[in-house]
Ligand binder design. Structure first.
Ligand code: GLA
Ligand code: GLA
Length: 692
């Protein structure tokens, strides 16, 4: 029933693990285009105009009912689906399909009135009130019961409706309620810990509770890491993050299980938030619980916003295992939740959408269809702005719809692997930014993004790869600030180097095990032998006190005292001033044809680029892609059985010319051109092709 999605929505045979099963062999379908649609905010006459405008724009799917619980169940157990029936029929008559929400994201006011014990508690014990959304504890048995009753009712009612092509479980699970420190959470945390550790002895050892008299003698003594007089136990904090991730995922699983029972023919998804502002959910552990991956992304303002978008889209594609995924939300222009919300500049609406497509999205959807008149998001952009359809945004929306039609052949294709992997490890992100560290200044996402941007600057194609994915097919594996390195990860990194390939890692890597306990014997702990060096001391830098290296690179934030460089390792760069003057800064160990490079300082984007270009002299996989035009274009490739699609994304505000097989292709400022062999697929009016 879902062939229009570009995949057929068949379920995996395994009853517990539902995956999107199409590997692209089913061939192209339609590019999906649409938005969250909230018709309950509008009168019936507007619904009719909506469908007309959706058709004009080429919209073919909407996510419906996300925040409709209070209208669908106005009183406990009393359901009213009449208005939803009407909207779905109207959309269906207009050939617009529905990604139907389970509507459980925001419980109605009556629920908190009846059951205040569903309300989440913050770290300091504050009970969150209703009046916004997501005011529920992920571990509340009462909330779960009400939610699943609604899911069942919706599932039974719409399982066979031809317009419903996907289930949208809840919405951005954990966006506001990931961390709940309530007594429900405490109880569930203890159950989770018992199953992880089995005995209190094992837990005490893992958390190092000999420190500060924290030794536990009864499971009931264990609490979530609530506000305490000073630094809280790091192992407890890390496990509470893992637990909270799993608790929210359990809610996803519970809803998915009901749908599997009452509506087995329709694939299920939930919108992930793979993005810089959502640190503490590890989506690699959720991917087995959805039939297809969908993601939300909001552009980070400022000059690195485009690269930032590319980075997270790249990671999303690899979390999805290289298979196509669904861009469930992004914004046509400004959001309303940053300090200053600037609109998108000309060209950015299309550029952003096509950059997601380049990285594997087979759907381009927005929050939301029609800009709200009332409520907390009234200043958030939409496909139809307050000004109405006679507006720049709506004209761009219609133009994008036309371009997406032309990109239908791309759907179903997979991202072609790059030769360079940039490792992204959620646990290293969480742990490296914890309290009571050598500096509070380090940001894991900024550091990995610096490397990504430097690689693009140097003209490289790169895959942002979750640390749990296989490194086998990459010639170069780059793992900046890989702070948490359990034994198994160490072994996998060793295999890269022993296999004649190249590992590059940086400061503050290899430092702790899976319980945030420090590896002894000198840093970089778990990676010390592989890198052939010993670091004795961290030397973080004060703000505005950079240190120069002999190469000319400037280190900020962080340096280290390397006291041993093994005989099979060489020094590539040396500290030139400061207390470390004369000491090694960048080293490389050779193991057969393989190498292990270590960068002990934060060199920033420019310093990293210079290093990459230097390493590229004898590392072919790091050499610039011929179409990258000196790093001004990002080159991304999607491949189907018969065809390759080359995306050229202009990273600059100037036109850039690429010498392609199709001749010289000019890529307009902030534009994305898609090539299929010698054919140019995108109809960007600002594009010009000059035959060779
Ligand atoms: C999230 C939510 C949407 C909306 C947007 C606004 O993505 O899922 O409901 O609030 O943010 O940017
Ligand atoms: C105080 C405490 C010690 C230790 C140090 C760390 O002096 O008494 O237990 O925490 O701070 O600086």
């Amino acid at each position: 029933m879902c062939t229009d999605l570009g995949y057929d929505g068949r379920m995996a045979a395994d009853e517990k693990t539902y995956r999107w099963v199409n590997d692209g062999e089913l061939g192209p379908g339609r590019m999906r285009y649409g938005a969250d649609y909230n018709p309950e905010q509008w009168s019936r006459d507007v619904w009719h105009e909506d469908v007309r405008l959706m058709r004009e724009a080429g919209v073919n799917i909407v996510s419906l009912g996300i925040f409709s619980w209070a209208l669908l169940e106005p009183r406990p157990g009393e359901f009213d689906f009449s208005w939803l029936d009407e909207v779905i029929e109207l959309l269906h008559a207009g050939s617009i399909d529905v990604d139907l929400a389970t509507a459980t994201a925001s419980p109605p006011p009556w629920m908190a009135q009846l059951h205040p014990e569903i309300l989440p508690q913050t770290i300091d014990g504050t009970v969150l009130s209703p009046g916004a959304r997501q005011h529920w504890r992920p571990t509340s048995p009462i909330f779960r019961e009400y939610a699943l009753r609604l899911v069942r009712a919706l599932g039974e009612r719409y399982a066979d409706h031809p317009a419903v092509v996907a289930w949208h479980i809840s919405n951005e699970l954990g966006c506001h309620n990931l961390y709940d420190f309530s007594d429900d959470a405490a109880r569930a945390f203890r159950v989770w810990l018992r199953s992880r550790y089995g005995t209190l002895d094992a837990l005490n050892a893992a958390w190092g509770t000999a420190f500060w008299s924290q030794h536990y003698t009864d499971w009931e003594q264990i609490l979530p890491p609530r506000v305490a007089p000073t630094q809280r136990n790091p192992g407890q904090q890390l496990d509470f993050t893992r637990f909270s991730n799993d608790a929210v995922r359990d809610h996803l699983r519970a809803e998915a299980a009901v749908l599997a029972e009452v509506s087995p023919g329709i694939p299920r998804t939930t919108n992930f938030m793979v993005a810089q502002n959502v640190r503490d959910i590890d989506y690699t552990t959720w991917v087995g619980d959805v039939d297809f991956v969908s993601n939300d992304h909001y552009l980070r303002p400022g000059e690195f916003g485009r690269d930032d978008l590319s980075f997270w889209a790249n990671l999303t594609g690899n979390i999805a295992g290289g298979r196509p995924w669904f861009l469930m939300e992004h914004a046509t222009s400004a959001v309303n939740w940053r300090e200053v919300n600037t609109p998108k500049r000309p060209g950015e609406l299309v550029r952003d959408a096509l950059t997601h497509v380049a990285h594997g999205a087979d759907a381009v959807c927005y929050f939301q269809w029609r800009q709200s008149r009332a409520g907390g998001e009234r200043y958030h952009s939409a496909m139809v702005p307050h000004a109405g359809p006679d507006s720049r945004v709506f004209r761009d929306v219609v133009g994008l719809g036309a371009q997406l039609k032309e990109l239908a052949p791309v759907t179903g294709s997979r991202r072609e692997r790059a030769r360079v992997a940039l490792v992204f490890d959620y646990e290293s992100w969480w742990v490296s930014e914890r309290d009571s560290h050598p500096t509070d200044e380090l940001r894991y996402d900024v550091e990995t993004l610096n490397w990504y941007r430097a690689l693009l600057d140097a003209g490289n194609r790169v895959d942002v790869l979750p640390a749990s994915a296989s490194f086998d097919d990459y010639d170069v594996v780059i793992a900046p600030m890989l702070h948490v390195v359990p034994d198994a990860l160490r072994t996998r990194l060793e295999a890269v180097v022993r296999g004649g390939r190249h590992l590059i890692t940086t400061f503050f890597s290899g430092i702790v095990d899976e319980h945030d306990r420090v590896w002894l014997g000198g840093y970089p702990g778990a990676l010390r032998d592989l890198l052939g060096i010993t670091v004795e001391e961290f030397v973080p830098l004060l703000p505005d006190a950079p240190v120069r290296l002999v190469s000319g690179a400037a280190a900020t934030q962080w340096t280290e005292r390397i006291v041993r460089v093994g005989v099979d390792a060489e020094v590539l760069d040396t500290y030139a001033d400061g207390d470390l003057a004369g000491a090694p800064a960048v080293t490389r160990r050779r193991v057969g044809d393989g190498t292990a490079t270590y960068v002990s300082a934060d060199l920033g984007r420019d310093g990293v680029r210079a290093l990459i270009e230097r390493l590229a002299a004898d590392t072919v996989a790091l050499q610039a892609h011929p179409l990258a035009a000196d790093g001004r274009l990002e080159v991304i490739v999607r491949e189907a059985s018969e065809q390759r699609f080359v995306f050229l994304a202009n990273r600059t505000d100037e036109p850039v010319v690429a010498a392609t097989e199709a001749g010289e292709v000019e890529v307009a400022p902030r534009a994305v051109v898609v090539l299929a062999g010698t054919q140019v697929l995108t109809a960007d009016p600002r594009r010009e092709v000059v035959p060779a």
